[in-house]
Structure formats: structure tokens, C-alpha cells
Write a protein that binds this ligand. Structure first.
Ligand code: G1P
Length: 297
């Protein structure tokens, strides 16, 4: 029987240089989309998918992240005293059961593969999820939940996949497709950040993975790859060489690249428009901006 996926690794050690100067003192994962930090979206998605243990791979300067998932007795007491039950309620999703969350330091910035490898002792011999909080995915059913359901049928390794424009291949892990079954593709190879002309397809890996523990063992052995970093993509690709299955899963939902400023702004607008308390104001504002733009043309 296939084992249940109950652990997820969140690599959050990056310096977030694309968002300087903000990230000089605020971890990127704490930057807010509307009123919730990026990382909260990933945690909610993980919970919906049945994840019970949350492993953060962090680095120096990420203290705000640890505080965010801690209880805040003084704040809670204050809100209770003032009868602010709704606000108290919003804090609920930030509370973690004791022992459900772990923080591991990645001491050197050696790449995503290395970050995941740093968590190996907490995974042991079971499948696990990896979630990159930069990729925010909106949809009716959370992306990881869709994958967990598909994984229950397939086993093996699974990566979220999405078609991208050929000129963007160099920003992603790209899949070499052996068999296209529609929602699922069977993968025969993977290349991290290839040049457009070297990309084996236009199907890119998006930051959700369900992986076998063998990938962690592969990480023991592989050398640094694209960009001089230890790449998770290469460790998954090695599993194919060892005759383990790798699937790409075309998820339903809209993905925002919150690692880029433009993606972050788009997500802010989309999540703002999705909120009953903000929609009308925001819509009116966007319409007025569009009209001014049109008039100027
Ligand atoms: C990482 C992975 C890459 C994947 C991407 C998805 O790259 O290495 O394979 O396609 O996330 O967002 P990064 O964006 O961290 O450079």
C-alpha cells in the first residue's frame, strides 16, 4: 500500500534579493498578499492536502517567520479583552500544534536540492511534499490536494507542471515527456533551466512536489548543476535512471510567480478581487485607472 503524505518541506532560506530593499529586514515569505503573508497561503494549501508536519528550511534573518507561527498570548489576551472575536479568529490559522513545525538551518546557500537535503533526517523512509511558497496557486481545490489524490493512484514521484512560453524555459525545470496522458504526463527526463533551444518540451515544473525518499539519497550523490547549485530537478531526474516513475501533473488553478514583482502585484490584485470586503472598491479603482490610461492613448 502507498504511504500517506503527511510531511512537507518548505525551503525558505533564500535571501529574496529581487525584493530589496524590503527583504533587508523582512523575510520574503512574510511579505503580504492582501493581509496574509505568502507563507500562509502555502500552509493553508498543505493543510487542505492533509499535511500534518511542516518542516521549514531557513537561514539567518528569518526570525519573523518563526514568530509568525508562534502563539502570541499578549496579543490574544488583548483582543479577547476588547471582544475582537473576528480578529482572534484570523489568528487561528497561524497557530501550529506543538511539535508540528520544525525549523532547520541551511548553513550555506548551495541551492534548492541542498535545502531539501538539509531536512533529510526529519523525513526518514516515507514520501514527502516540497512546497515553494513563491509559487502561489489559486484554485477551487488546492494544487497539493489534487496531487495527493493523483499520487494515491500512481505512487512514484510527482511534480506540478504547467505549459510556459518557450522563451521562459530558462527560468524553470523543464520536463522531457515520455507519454502524455492529459492531466498526467510520464516523464523520461528533466533539465533545470535550459536555453530555449535545449528545452525538451514547454512543460515546466512548478513549485509543488511529492517525492520518494530515494530522491534524498540521490541528493547525497549528485554534484552541483545549473547555476553552480545542487538542483532538486537533477535528483528527481536521477530517480528515472534508477527506474522509478516520475509524473508531471497539470494542475487546475492559476499560478502566480510571487518571486517576481510583477507576479506579486498580479496576485495582490487577484486575491483582492476575490475578497467580498474589497472587491467593489478595488474594481472601481482599477476601472478608473484603465479609463485614464485609455484617455491618454
Ligand atoms: C525552482 C526549481 C525549478 C522550478 C521553479 C518553479 O527554481 O529549481 O525547477 O521550475 O522553482 O518555480 P527557482 O524559481 O527557485 O529558481
Amino acid at each position: 500500500m502507498k504511504k500517506k503524505v503527511t510531511k512537507a518541506i518548505f525551503p525558505v532560506a533564500g535571501m529574496g534579493t529581487r525584493f530589496l530593499p524590503a527583504t533587508k529586514s523582512v523575510p520574503k515569505e512574510i511579505m503580504t498578499l492582501v493581509d496574509r503573508p505568502l507563507v500562509q497561503y502555502a500552509i493553508d494549501e498543505a493543510r487542505e492536502a492533509g499535511i500534518k508536519e511542516f518542516i521549514f528550511v531557513t537561514s539567518r534573518g528569518k526570525g519573523a517567520l518563526e514568530d509568525y507561527f508562534d502563539h502570541a498570548p499578549q496579543l490574544e489576551q488583548e483582543l479577547r479583552k476588547k471582544g475582537k472575536d473576528e480578529l482572534l479568529e484570523t489568528l487561528q490559522s497561524t497557530n501550529m500544534d506543538s511539535g508540528a513545525i520544525a525549523y532547520i538551518r541551511q548553513h550555506k546557500a548551495l541551492g534548492l536540492g541542498h535545502a531539501v537535503w538539509c531536512a533529510r533526517r526529519l523525513i526518514a523512509n516515507e514520501p514527502f511534499a516540497v512546497m515553494l511558497p513563491d509559487d502561489v496557486i489559486a484554485g477551487e481545490t488546492s494544487c497539493l490536494k489534487q496531487m495527493v489524490e493523483a499520487y494515491a493512484e500512481t505512487g512514484g514521484n510527482m511534480v506540478a507542471a504547467m505549459e510556459v512560453e518557450p522563451q521562459h524555459a530558462s527560468s524553470y525545470g523543464m520536463l522531457d515527456v515520455a507519454e502524455d496522458m492529459g492531466q498526467l504526463v510520464k516523464v523520461r527526463g528533466m533539465v533545470e533551466k535550459p536555453k530555449t533551444e535545449d528545452a525538451p518540451s514547454n512543460l515546466a515544473v512548478i513549485g509543488r512536489y511529492i517525492l520518494e525518499p530515494s530522491v534524498l539519497r540521490n541528493l547525497n550523490q549528485i554534484k552541483s548543476g545549473a547555476g553552480g547549485e545542487v538542483q532538486l530537478t537533477d535528483a528527481i531526474a536521477r530517480d528515472i535512471e534508477q527506474e522509478n516513475n516520475v509524473y508531471g501533473y497539470r494542475f487546475r488553478g492559476q499560478r502566480f510567480d510571487c518571486g517576481s514583482k510583477s507576479g506579486f502585484l498580479q496576485a495582490t490584485v487577484a486575491f483582492g478581487l476575490a475578497r467580498d470586503d474589497l472587491r467593489d472598491d478595488l474594481q472601481a479603482y482599477l476601472q478608473s485607472v484603465m479609463q485614464v490610461d485609455k484617455a491618454a492613448e
